[in-house]
Design a protein around this ligand. Structure first.
Ligand SMILES: [Ca+2]
Length: 271
């Protein structure tokens, strides 16, 4: 798929050409289609860290964080992390926080009454913000971490269970609003929510920290929110190529047009 110039207008079509290519980049002339078309706002899906390298710390994470990487701490794959020296690790090679996107990780406290695990966003060398799993104070919290210090901004009561996996996510909304969400071990049952607006530094890097005995795994940037486009299906390909018109039906910046299930060229559709 090719890129499209800024801006594209709502409800006005722009031309799109999609070619079916094999692993060598050759057009598959007998591919008949059709493929599904979807529109997304925000970052495409990506794993920020899965700890499957089996080592910690490692680039591009910055800081002097130390930890144990072991299958004992894995939620997904072979390895997860237990951070051991209470020092933040952060990275700025990824810039997350576009409206409609989200960031999450899995955490498992060893105690119902000890430790904290911080998932930081809007991160830079100057600090970050974070959503905090806090068994030590029976809370789920949002912190501002200027200079990687600790300032509670929002706290809600939360009972934590020792040895239970929880998914902690932060969703990025309009006007730099963030929503922290705590999910149960199935990843989908919502246990708690907190919100705050006007968070500076978004999009920004990612930071992590934990203390006491806390397993952490699978820091991931989730798919953005879907946006309405038309059509939602290409129809048939000719000679391995589809040429047609697509319209975005609502205002969006940095919209992504996805053909099939593979995020391809970032399509700019700002209006
Ligand atoms: Ca893992």
């Amino acid at each position: 798929m090719e890129s499209h110039p800024l801006p594209q207008r709502v409800n006005e079509t722009f031309g799109v050409t999609i070619a079916a290519r094999d692993e060598f980049g050759r057009i598959v002339t007998n591919f008949a289609g059709p493929v599904e078309l979807t529109g997304w706002i925000g970052a495409a899906r990506q794993d920020v860290e899965d700890f499957e390298s089996g080592t910690w710390p490692h680039a591009p994470w910055i800081g002097n964080s130390l930890g144990l990487v072991s299958s004992d701490y894995a939620h997904d794959g072979a390895f997860g992390l237990n951070m051991t020296n209470e020092i933040w690790a952060y990275r700025t090679d990824v810039q997350l926080g576009e409206s409609g996107s989200s960031l999450s990780w899995w955490v498992r406290p060893a105690s119902s009454a000890a430790g904290r695990a911080y998932l930081g966003f809007a991160a830079s060398a100057a600090g970050c913000w974070s959503v905090v799993a806090a068994p030590n104070t029976d809370e789920f919290a949002l912190q501002e971490n200027v200079g990687y210090d600790y300032n509670d901004v929002v706290t809600v009561s939360q009972t934590w269970q020792a040895g239970r996996w929880y998914r902690v996510a932060v969703e990025f909304g309009e006007a730099a609003a963030v929503t922290g969400k705590l999910y149960d071990s199935d990843g989908t049952t919502l246990l708690n929510t907190l919100t705050y607006s006007n968070v500076p530094g978004l999009p920004g890097g990612v930071a992590i920290r934990s203390f006491s005995d806390f397993a952490v795994d699978t820091v991931a940037s989730e798919a953005g929110a879907p946006i309405a486009i038309a059509p939602t299906n290409t129809g048939g390909f000719v000679g391995g190529v589809w040429t047609g018109s697509v319209a975005v039906l609502q205002p969006a910046t940095n919209a992504l047009l996805v053909a099939g299930d593979t995020a391809d060229t970032a399509e700019q559709a700002s209006v």
